[in-house]
Design a protein around this ligand. Structure first.
Ligand SMILES: C[S@@+](CC[C@H](N)C(=O)[O-])C[C@H]1O[C@@H](n2cnc3c(N)ncnc32)[C@H](O)[C@@H]1O
Length: 260
């Protein structure tokens, strides 16, 4: 259903994560949980289960060279006359990836002396875990989360904001509206193509998620991304991932970057 494929080596991890749901629901064992899952008719529990099972680790400007590559590609396309740009963060987790794309775009168009509002730019950010989509939309990050972002960029793209900590010890930062305005966050299950989007996308970031899928799910996903990327558009995968064992028509630009 989610396509997340965890082998036996992940059993302890999985147990600990599912335990969290048992604790919330005050259930004693997995049999009771399974029964609850099957009987619960609102269909909410399956989403909570996916939330706890999926790994949401991410960070701002993760895989930094992808953002330099994006900037160079966008400059080239802009100089060729392109004014409509579409990007897709296909497993956006808690939002650091799409927000990093948005910041990169603002910085790129600043260099080109172009107001981003004069262009047609959208970033689609999707994930299967509802909890992450809520965090993306809130756009609130702890100081630790944004410590890789320079103070000048923090001022430009974040506001200091309230925190709910009792002791007020941690600072939080909210993403400014100008970033939020170009990002659309929504739920999508990557293991279930075809997707409703028409594309074409200039660049698809599908990073650090295919590692959780088996070959069949990966194959169908890569085929669907190929359909949605424009000719000469790009697919970025995680630095520890590849398209090995996946038949595809992309050409390799460098490890983790593919062109249609
Ligand atoms: C490790 S995070 C990667 C985040 C980001 N792309 C990055 O590279 O930093 C993996 C994300 O994939 C999402 N995910 C897992 N299975 C998915 C599926 N079938 N469809 C969509 N998202 C999925 C998880 O919820 C999680 O947020």
């Amino acid at each position: 259903m989610s396509g997340i494929h965890l082998n036996e080596s992940k059993e302890t991890l999985l147990n600990a994560r599912i335990r969290k749901r048992l604790n919330v629901l005050k259930l004693d064992n997995y049999e009771d949980y399974l029964e609850y899952l099957l009987k619960e008719n609102k269909g909410e529990e399956i989403h909570y289960l996916i939330d706890v099972v999926s790994t949401n680790v991410t960070s701002f400007f993760r895989g930094g060279d992808h953002f330099d590559f994006l900037s160079d590609a966008v400059m080239k396309w802009y100089n060729e006359g392109q004014r409509r740009f579409r990007f897709w963060s296909a497993a956006s987790s808690t939002g650091e990836e799409p927000h990093s794309i948005a910041i990169s775009l603002f910085e790129t168009f600043k260099k080109l002396n172009t107001d981003i509002k004069s262009l047609d730019i959208k970033i689609l950010a999707t994930d299967i875990a509802y909890s992450t989509i809520i965090k993306c939309k809130d756009g609130i990050y702890s100081e630790k989360k944004i410590d890789t972002i320079s103070p000048a960029m923090r001022n430009e793209y974040f506001d200091s904001c309230f925190n709910s900590d009792k002791d007020n010890s941690n600072k939080f930062y909210c993403v400014k509206d100008k970033l939020k305005d170009i990002i659309v966050f929504t739920w999508l299950n990557l293991s279930n193509p075809p997707f409703p989007m028409k594309g074409p996308f200039d660049i698809v970031f599908c990073r650090n998620v295919m590692i959780y899928f088996d070959n069949k799910v990966r194959q169908n996903l890569v085929n669907e991304i190929y359909r949605l990327v424009k000719p000469c558009g790009y697919l970025f995968v995680g630095h520890s991932e590849s398209l090995l064992n996946v038949e595809n028509s992309f050409s390799t630009v460098r490890p983790s970057i593919f062109i249609k």
